[in-house]
Design a protein around this ligand. Structure first.
Ligand code: AMP
Ligand code: TRP
Length: 334
């Protein structure tokens, strides 16, 4: 039997992915390439829903791709590509936008958050239709599962609704995708404010750890991470959200269970716990950083790998679009 298909995407909007992106999404991507037919894209069309400097966008697209390879994606085991290299994403995005209700799109909470931040008059129409383009990314590849963090769940629900609507109206065309969300790491929180997710747009520099960050800085940030009243290392979402977040990070990177970790630090207070955690994080990120730097040192090779990825992705995308055009009643071009 064919392997189930996965697809996911990441925006090239920062100089590095952060620990939340890595634990919530990219680490699962690496595991899934062993068992699934996996497609991962750097979503530059999504990035331009807010203004981007062209030189910086070009740079960050390469950095994002290099980090995906650096984190362990293997071009022989999965397909890594840049969204704008496959024009069918935008084409299907348009078609799906004609199937989406204005009210339905208006209910997307990420749009509400992001547009509030920029002032709703400043928000682009592209930011509003962002989730529809994301649906196109997913449906183009007849995706079974989408590995994402918790913040993307609503966009996946919309994707499923649109796929069902299309199938109902025009006949069976799209696979209905499901979310692949790993609960323990689905929402890594800000180190300074555990009530919000770690995020490149909302977190202060002290609240966020970049995968490419300098080890000395990582140690400093973890040492200064907000912990909670008392001194007990205990998993308690409600009363100890700061410590709980650190326990999640520690557990995910070390493979130890929360119970084991609570036992290990039962009598040592926050200091020793944070010190060890810092080393765990530094050790986990160091090889990713080294491999990323190596990839970035040879841009021609990186671009070649992305070209290969786009060629493979294009084959699948064109096949889906052929079907979609036919179902919609578009005349075939002769
Ligand atoms: P983005 O950088 O917004 O394109 O996000 C890339 C992936 O990382 C998406 O699957 C997000 O759901 C996931 N993600 C982003 N922030 C976090 C976080 N703080 N915790 C867990 N997952 C996250
Ligand atoms: N919206 C996602 C995010 O901000 C990125 C994304 C774009 C995506 N297209 C996708 C994720 C398709 C999964 C599948 O994190």
């Amino acid at each position: 039997m064919a392997r189930p298909r996965v697809l996911s995407g990441i925006q090239p909007t920062a100089d590095s992915i952060h620990l939340g992106n890595y634990l919530g999404a990219v680490r699962q991507w690496v595991t899934l390439q062993e068992t699934h037919d996996a497609f991962y894209c750097v979503v530059d069309l999504h990035a331009i829903t807010v203004p981007q400097d062209p030189a910086l966008l070009r740079r960050r697209s390469r950095v994002a791709a290099a980090q995906l390879f650096g984190a362990g994606l293997d071009p022989d085991r999965c397909t890594v590509f840049v969204q704008s290299h496959v024009p069918e994403h935008a084409e299907l995005g348009w078609i799906l936008s004609c199937l989406t209700g204005f009210g339905e799109a208006s209910r997307m909470t990420q749009f509400k958050d992001k547009s509030q931040k920029s002032g709703s008059d400043q928000a682009s129409v592209g930011l509003f239709t962002y989730p529809i383009l994301q649906a196109a990314d997913i449906l183009l590849y007849q995706t079974d599962q989408v590995p994402i963090g918790e913040d993307q769940r609503q966009h996946l629900e919309l994707t499923r609704d649109l796929a069902q609507r299309f199938n109902h109206r025009y006949g069976q065309t799209f696979v209905i995708p499901g979310p692949y969300i790993v609960k323990d790491v689905a929402k890594i929180t800000d180190l300074q404010d555990p009530s919000i997710k770690m995020s490149k747009s909302a977190s202060s520099p002290q609240g966020i750890i970049d995968v490419l960050e300098d080890p000395a800085l990582i140690r400093k940030k973890i040492a200064r991470a907000v912990t909670d009243l008392g001194s007990e290392v205990r998993f308690d979402e409600a009363d100890k959200p700061g410590v709980t977040n650190l326990l999640r990070i520690y557990g995910a990177l070390s493979g130890m269970s929360v119970t084991e970790l609570e036992g290990r630090y039962a009598n040592s207070g926050y200091g020793a716990f944070k010190k060890d955690l810092a080393e765990v994080v530094v050790d986990a990120l160091a090889p990713i950083r080294e491999r990323t730097e190596k990839m970035l040192a040879d841009e021609a090779e990186l671009d070649r790998l992305l070209g290969e990825g786009a060629a493979r992705a294009g084959v699948v995308a064109r096949e889906t679009m052929r079907l979609v055009r036919d179902r919609m009643g578009f005349l075939a071009a002769r």
